[in-house]
Design a protein. Sequence first.
Length: 388
Amino acid sequence: MIEHLLLRVDVCKLLEEIANNSRYYQKKTDDMIDYQYLTERQDALFLFYDALIKYQIVIEEDSYFEEYLEQIEKLLKKIDNFSDISLGIHRILGNIVAQKLGCKNKTDEINKQKILQYIYNRYIIHGYYFHGIASVYQEDIAENGFIPEQYINLYPDFIKAQKMMDKYGVSSVLEKDFSSHCVFFTDSFFKSLSYSVNAPFYFMNLLCNPEIIKKKDFSQYSLGNKKTCFKNLKRFLAKYEFSYEDRSFLLDLFQKEWALLNKKEAHPCVVLVKRSHFLNNSSLNFSTIMEQSLTLPLEESIAKIFHSQDDNICCSSKISKEEITIVSLPSLRAFWKQEETEIEEEENFDCSFELQNAYGKISLFILFGLFFITLGVLVTVILLVRGI
């Protein structure tokens, strides 16, 4: 749907700037969705992807795209807040729709209604719901359609792990109903991108649980940083004093699930399904938009159309491949020119569990110190017994 836009030289150039130039990605996050599980670079990248999908759904014609791209680049350069950038994108879309409809005076109530009605029809009535998936499942869904919860997984092992968690009082870490066949679609493309790179959430939560790890590590799963995630899991197991047998099981499960998801090659992947498939049960109606538009600037009324209203659209039955559009996008790694020190080297992860306390490895110096103290006491006792 938007893949052809990513082949453009000007788009690729902007993507590289977003990934590498702090001027483009160091912004205030405010209430950005799920930002704590993404890096600043991912926030900026996904916001741009979101702008592309909105353009394709609402405008579609390539003749306006160059102007659109130029305006977005200016926003990313000059504005230091993601929320304000998002509002600016909605203003640009409104301006382009006004051009298409020949509405020169955008403050005129009749023209305002035409613009809002056009966007509402394109994005809500004839638009999509989104569901982020782990990219490893893309080919299977494209070939066989979307069948909720019916794909290669390690659910039996995770159910065992879930029961294991109960013994240590941390059942919420793997909080998921593995017997349910309901998956949720959302009306937010940004949220679906976040879910895709963090899928499955129960596995991500095990490796990046806010109660256990440092805030800077929250996003390491989304980046596919195996080394950090592995260390996080070992820290979690040490803190709650899991038995050797349970530790071994969970560390082995980590290796199997990471390999199954092919996290090293993972990238954002989203399933799009027409809203009409779900009987278009949007909680947003046009009359409400028009009532509110009487006291709001045009871009704020447009923002209300794009604002996420429906996060939990349950899907429990198969959707045929003919009804599905899959948007597969490059990951941050495709554009990020990392320093050598930032690039994770491949290594064999040792699943054995070193002697640890809740704060990490016991220092060898402490162990040696204890050894020599014990040795000294033994020597003293022997000397006393011998009367020396």
